[in-house]
Design a protein around this ligand. Structure first.
Ligand code: 5GP
Length: 195
């Protein structure tokens, strides 16, 4: 997506050789006009699917999920909550939540993510949306939750995919329709190289 690529090249930068910072428009300050356009682009790609719900993960996936939900005629957004240093079995044993373990690429820790069962009904058609795709851990956690709920996956919409990490390739190999609005090929001395 042209506008996103321009924003990445203008305001984004790399930290080390694998972290992309886009705080200026996606992860801290939010460029709302750009986000709404990104939501429309994801809608354009997935519009032939019947989408009942958009599922994302807190915190940074919520803005793009909301923009996408608006483009889908304001379907609801459900965001998985993160629980630091929690035990999946402790949360799941209460019977109210679907949970999965997710390793956080940015924080280098393992979190339990959860959604309340009542908000993710069986048979519901779910589009996953997230700001970044790196190793695919967050998406795999969300897919696990959707499976536990007996809901259906329409596809995976991503703002920025880091093409030099394996998440996108692995999810596509598993047969999921993954649409990324921009793909970063590499980080070269702090500069982002786009595909
Ligand atoms: P994955 O689970 O695919 O390894 O990583 C995706 C998640 O980690 C996203 O939810 C995103 O918030 C975060 N993330 C991964 N890599 C980056 C990055 O380079 N920059 C930013 N800002 N977030 C990232």
């Amino acid at each position: 997506m042209k506008e996103l690529k321009e924003a990445i090249l203008k305001d984004g930068y790399g930290m080390g050789d694998n972290v992309v910072k886009v705080d200026m428009f996606l992860n801290h300050k939010l460029d709302t006009a750009l986000l709404l356009k990104m939501g429309k682009k994801l809608h354009k790609h997935f519009k032939n699917n019947k989408v009942d719900l958009i599922l994302t993960i807190e915190t940074s996936g919520i803005a793009l999920a909301l923009a996408t939900a608006i483009a889908f005629d304001s379907v609801p957004v459900l965001f998985a909550k993160k629980h630091k240093e929690a035990d999946l079995n402790d949360i799941e044993s209460k019977g109210e939540d679907y949970c999965a373990n997710v390793y956080s690429f940015t924080h280098h820790n393992r979190n339990v993510i959860s959604v309340k069962k009542i908000y993710l009904p069986q048979g519901c058609n779910v589009l996953i949306v997230d700001d970044f795709l790196a190793n695919g851990e967050a998406c795999c956690g969300l897919l696990e939750i959707i499976k536990k709920a007996g809901a259906n996956v329409c596809g995976i919409g991503i703002g920025v995919e880091k093409g030099f990490q394996p998440g996108g390739m692995e999810l596509r190999a598993r047969g999921y329709d993954v649409k990324s609005l921009a793909v970063i090929k590499s980080i070269d001395g702090g500069n982002l190289v786009l595909e």
